[in-house]
Design a protein around this ligand. Structure first.
Ligand SMILES: [Fe+2]
Length: 409
C-alpha cells in the first residue's frame, strides 16, 4: 500500500480523524485477512477480513489450476467494537479436497491463495500447534514466518493471541491490528498460500482472565467464528483427525456443560485416528503451581473432568499452553505415570518472554522442560504420528513418535 494511503488507513481505523469513506486499496487488500474453518475442511474455507466502513462481504474465488469464471459468495459482517473496522466472515462451500484456490475481494484486485484439506490420509498431513503468541512483534513475526516455511495445512493456537487483554485493564485493541498484520504478511507458505488459523481462548482474550462469561471477551467472539459462540468446538478432518478447541474456564467452565459435550464428542469419535485437544491452562503445568495460585483450581478441574475422558477415549496427545516454557510430560493415565497414557505437550511459548522451570522443584510428571520459544510440527501418517518441537532457531530439539494403530480401541 502507498505510504500516504497507509497513514490515512491507520488514522481511520483508530478514529484519529473522521471517516469520509474507505480507502479503496484498503478495501480490497485488507489489513487483516485470515482463514479458518467452521465446517468440513476438505470442502469449505472460511475467509475473515476487515475493512473500514460497512461494505458487502463478498469473496470471489475459483480453482487455481482451472480458473474459469469467478464464483462469488457473500457472508456476514459485524462491527469490531472499539475500532472503525467491520469484520467480514464468509464461508466458501462446495470446494474440492486437496485443491488450491485463488480468491480476491473484487476481480482485478490483489489475489490470495488457500488449499483445502485432504479427504483422507493417503498422503501425510502436517500441522503446527503452539500458543502465547504476541509479547514482542519481532518474535511473533519470526515464528509466524518460520511456521509457514514448513508448509502446514493449518496452525492451531491454544490461547493468548494478541495479548490485548490484561486482567481488568481496558483492552489494548490496537494489538489485534499488529496480530493480524503479522499473520497476513508472515504466515504465507513458500508457494504463496495463506495458512488457516484455528484458535482456542486464553486469559488474555478475556477481561477478568478466568471464570468470566463470553460478553467479557467481545473481540475474541467477534473475530473468530470458530470455536463460535459456544466457546468450545470440534473440527473433524474426515475420520483421520479431530481438533478439539476447548475453553479452560475463561468464558465457559471446564466442568458441567463443556465436560458433558466433551464426553459425547469423544464417545462419537472412537474410530477417528487422531484426536488432539487444544486448550490454554495446563492440567500438568511446568512453571505454575498445580496446587496453589490463580489457576490451580482450573488445573484440578481439568484433571478431574477432562483427563479421565482423554484416558477413556484413547487421546494420546493434549496441547497445553499458558506457562511460557517448553514442556513434555511422561505419558499419564489416571493421574499416574503409565506408558499407555496421554503425553501433555506445552507450555505456550510462541512469541513471549520465557519462564524457567525451577530445578529445585522437579515435577513427577515432567519429562522435559526448558525456557524455549517453540512450536510443535505434527505429521500424521496412516499408522504413525510424529511430533517434533522446533525452537526459534529452526532446530528440532525434542520429538514424540506414536503408533496410531494401537491407540483407538
Ligand atoms: Fe495465559
Amino acid at each position: 500500500m502507498h505510504l500516504f494511503a497507509r497513514i490515512i488507513c491507520i488514522l481511520h481505523i483508530f478514529g484519529v480523524c473522521t471517516a469520509t469513506g474507505a480507502d479503496r486499496s484498503d478495501l480490497y487488500d485488507p489489513p487483516a485477512l485470515y482463514l479458518t474453518w467452521q465446517g468440513d475442511p476438505a470442502h469449505t474455507m472460511t475467509v475473515c477480513w476487515q475493512t473500514v466502513g460497512d461494505t458487502p462481504p463478498a469473496v470471489y474465488y475459483r480453482p487455481l489450476k482451472s480458473p474459469g469464471t469467478w464464483l462469488q459468495m457473500e457472508g456476514v459482517n459485524k462491527p469490531f467494537k472499539g475500532t472503525r473496522l467491520t469484520v467480514h466472515i464468509t464461508e466458501l462451500k462446495g470446494l474440492s479436497p486437496s485443491t488450491d484456490y485463488e480468491f480476491c475481494f473484487r476481480p482485478g484486485d490483489r489475489e490470495f491463495k488457500f488449499r483445502t484439506a485432504p479427504a483422507d490420509l493417503s498422503e501425510p498431513v502436517r500441522f503446527i500447534s503452539g500458543g502465547d503468541v504476541y509479547h514482542e512483534r519481532k518474535w511473533m513475526d519470526a515464528m509466524n514466518a518460520m511456521a509457514a516455511k514448513f508448509d502446514p495445512l493449518f496452525v492451531v493456537i491454544g490461547g493468548d493471541l494478541a495479548y490485548s487483554g490484561d486482567k481488568d485493564k481496558p483492552e489494548k485493541i490496537e494489538r489485534w491490528g499488529d496480530y493480524f498484520d503479522s499473520w497476513k504478511n508472515k504466515a504465507v507458505t513458500p508457494d504463496g498460500r495463506l495458512v488457516p488459523l484455528l484458535v482456542s481462548i486464553g486469559n488474555h482474550e478475556v477481561s477478568g482472565s478466568w471464570h468470566q462469561v463470553p460478553e467479557k471477551a467481545p473481540s475474541f467472539y467477534t473475530l473468530f467464528p470458530m470455536p463460535g459462540s459456544q466457546g468450545y468446538n470440534s473440527l473433524d478432518f474426515g475420520r483421520y483427525l479431530t481438533i478439539l478447541l476447548l475453553d479452560s474456564s475463561h468464558t465457559h467452565p471446564v466442568e458441567g456443560a463443556q465436560t458433558d459435550w466433551l464426553r459425547h464428542t469423544l464417545a462419537s469419535r472412537r474410530d477417528v485416528l487422531n484426536i488432539f485437544p487444544v486448550y490454554h491452562i495446563p492440567a500438568y503445568p511446568s512453571i505454575r503451581s498445580d496446587e496453589t495460585g490463580d489457576n490451580a483450581d482450573i488445573t484440578k478441574s481439568i484433571r478431574t473432568n477432562w483427563c479421565p475422558l482423554f484416558d477413556k477415549y484413547g487421546v494420546k496427545i493434549a496441547f497445553e499452553n499458558h506457562d511460557h516454557a517448553y514442556k513434555r510430560t511422561h505419558p499419564i493415565q489416571g493421574n499416574k505415570l503409565n506408558p499407555d497414557g496421554v503425553t501433555y505437550l506445552g507450555d505456550g511459548a510462541w512469541g513471549v518472554n520465557l519462564r524457567t522451570p525451577d530445578p529445585k522443584k522437579p515435577r513427577w510428571y515432567v519429562a522435559q522442560s526448558s525456557p524455549t520459544r517453540h512450536f510443535y510440527l505434527v505429521t500424521l501418517h496412516p499408522k504413525m504420528r510424529h511430533i517434533v518441537a522446533i525452537n526459534e532457531d529452526q532446530q528440532v530439539f525434542d520429538e514424540v513418535y506414536q503408533s496410531v494403530a494401537q491407540d483407538r480401541h
